[in-house]
Every structure is written in C-alpha cells, then in structure tokens.
Write a protein that binds this ligand. Structure first.
Ligand SMILES: [Zn+2]
Length: 370
C-alpha cells in the first residue's frame, strides 16, 4: 500500500500554506485598495459639501475635464499670477493676464483672478505709476487680489545694488491703491527656513531646493536674512492698517505656529493661507496645531499651490488634485491616522464651524469678490 512520504507531505503542506497566504494577501491587498478608494471618495464628497474655496492655485490652461472637476467638487479657485524671470512664460505679464482672464470667463464663476505687477521694472522711473495703472485695469476686469513674490527680498536689486525689500517706499503707492480699491494683497515673501540652510533632506521642502538651487541661500553671502525679510513684511502691515494682507504659505512661518499667532495678535489686517505647507502642520504636535487653528479660526484660509501647466497630462494632474484635496480634508476634518510621505499623521478632527471658515467663509471675508 502507499504510505505518506513525510518529505512529500511537508512539501504539500508548505505549498498549500504559501498558496493560502497568497490568496489571503491578495484579497486583503484588494480590500485595502478598495478601502483607500472609498476613503478618498468619502473625503472628496465631504470636501465638496463644504463648497470649498482654494485660494492658491496656478492654472495655465482651460480644459473640459478640469471644469467638470470644479463643478463636481463645488470648488472655487483663485488663480494666482507670478512674475518669474527664470521661466519664459512667467517672465512677461502678457499673455499671462489675458490667458488667466480667459480662464476666469470660461469657468462659470469657479475661478477668480489674483493679478500681479512686474517688479523687474523696479528701477524704471515710472515703475510705481505704471504698476498702479496696470493693476487698476485688472481690477476693472475683475481681479480680486494682487500677489507679490519672493523675488522681492531674495532676487531683485535696486540701482545701488541692494536687494529690494517689501517695504520699499516705491511699493507704497501700490499698497495704498490696493487698499483703496478694497482688494487684497497676497504676499509670498521669504521661503521656508531650510532655504537658508544647511541642507536638510528631512524637511518637507527640501526637494524643491534640489530642483531650484537658485533659491537655496546656504553659504551664499550678501542675501538678506529671513528675519529681515519678514520684518519688512511686518512693516508693510503696520504702515497700511487698511490693507488686507494674506501671507501665503503660512506667511513663511511654517515651522512654528506661535510665530504666526504673534503676528495675528499684532496685526488685525493679517491672515495666512496654508498652500504647500500642510505637511509642516502634519508633522508638528497635533494638539498644538489644533488649538492654534481653533483660536485663530478667522485668520487661516485654505490653499494648496496645485497647478495645471500648459503641457500637463490633464487626467493625471486631476488625479493629483483629488488626492491632495482628499488628504487635506482627512487631516483637518477627521480623527483618522494615516501615512503620508513616510510619516504617521494624526487627523485634527476640527469642529465643523471651524472647517466652514477655513475651507470657505474666511476666503469670502479676506478676499471679497472671490
Ligand atoms: Zn504659489
């Protein structure tokens, strides 16, 4: 009679164990995929129900799939123009302004425009007058805000060879004009601390400086310190109490919410957006961030810095947008924990009235007309 060969039995057993483990792994993998998918859809549905306003995006093309996403998510955007002499399209104001106005007009009310002016013309005698004339024309066409960028403080020099700062007297007529029209100044001045070095691959912004070394100032003498630039920004706030200012990217005070709080206490005309700095809030002590957002619930605006460039694969880009919105909603609105960029993140579970302000009504108050 046949008897069981122990070796064969062991092989059979081992094979069946491996087989069922595979099955199990496969189904749990499929399950967690499914859960992630439904989790994202649930987050996006809740996000859409808040009728969110993202005050900080850069969109360079119109597209039916993009428009459909805005409608599906009940989403309003503020498209922000930037003058950047390192990129050919962003070097000139035109066609940036006309392209953006075309986007606004085709968006059925889903996109508003934040214009800018050309700071590279700073040393021309008619600089201030020209800038005011141009932004007034953009206001007349519907622009709701004006942006200044980090090239003020970190790149452009005056005729004496000194870096121009945000509180230079040549900017004063521009700020006064924005205030007089009841519009909002969006300021991206300075950069995350890591830009002043030393290199820190653990910093959420580090990869940006690897790709854009011109903004990495470590061991580059002669540049203003971050403190000097923020002090000049604060000076603008003090000098223009009627000017509403939103410091984008957490007002470049990404490392410690106490720094933001002290500005809020000093300058009632100051708010911040969260664009591209949510990761800093995710890695900070969550109880502290939560109480900061509750205490200053009228001063923080939701923004992302998402972009849609002219050459983008729209489908892929829209996937990224939806993942970003779902992730941000999960972080601010739920008590879930999740992994992001190799870190364990605790959701802040903010109260509903606070979420309504951050995701919508603060934008309406700080950027009227949006
Ligand atoms: Zn931006």
């Amino acid at each position: 009679m046949r008897y069981w060969n122990p070796l064969r039995l062991r092989t059979l057993l081992a094979a069946s164990v491996v087989f069922s483990a595979c099955l199990l792994f496969h189904s749990s993998f499929a399950n967690s995929e499914l859960q992630a998918q439904t989790g994202r859809e649930q987050s996006l549905a809740d996000f859409a129900a808040a009728q969110p306003i993202d005050v900080h995006v850069h969109v360079f093309k119109t597209d039916p799939a993009f428009q459909a996403l805005l409608e599906r998510l009940h989403l309003t955007l503020m498209d922000i123009l930037v003058m950047d002499d390192t990129l050919s399209y962003r070097k000139q104001l035109e066609p940036q302004i006309s392209d953006a106005l075309a986007l606004v007009r085709s968006s059925h009310g889903h996109v508003a425009l934040c214009t800018t002016f050309d700071p590279y013309k700073f040393n021309e005698p008619s600089f201030s007058v020209d800038a005011v004339r141009q932004i007034d024309r953009d206001f007349a066409q519907g622009a709701v805000a004006v942006k200044i960028w980090k090239n003020i403080g970190m790149e452009i020099k005056n005729s004496d060879g000194k870096f121009i700062m945000p509180d230079d007297p040549k900017f004063a007529p521009i700020y006064q004009d924005i205030a007089r029209h009841g519009k909002t100044l969006m300021t991206h001045v300075a950069e995350p601390d890591v830009a002043w070095g030393p290199p820190d691959p653990s910093d959420p912004s580090w990869s940006y400086y690897e790709e854009n070394p011109q903004w990495f100032l470590y061991n580059k003498p002669g540049f203003p310190s971050k403190g000097q630039i923020l002090e000049a920004r604060d000076h603008v706030l003090a000098e223009n109490p009627d000017l509403r200012m939103v410091g984008v990217h957490l007002g470049s005070m990404e490392k410690n919410v106490d720094d933001i709080a002290s500005r809020f206490d000093r300058y009632p005309n100051f708010a911040v957006d969260m664009a591209a700095r949510m990761e800093y809030l995710m890695i900070a002590p969550s109880a502290k961030v939560r109480s900061f957002l509750i205490k200053y619930q009228d001063r923080v605006l939701y923004g992302t810095d998402l972009d849609l460039v002219a050459t983008a694969n729209v489908q892929e880009t829209l996937e990224e947008w939806q993942s970003a919105y779902a992730r941000d909603w999960k972080f601010l609105a739920t008590a879930q924990t999740f992994d992001y960029a190799g870190r364990r993140v605790q959701g802040l579970d903010l109260p509903k009235p606070v979420l309504e302000k951050i995701f919508r009504t603060n934008a309406l108050h700080w950027i009227p007309g949006i």
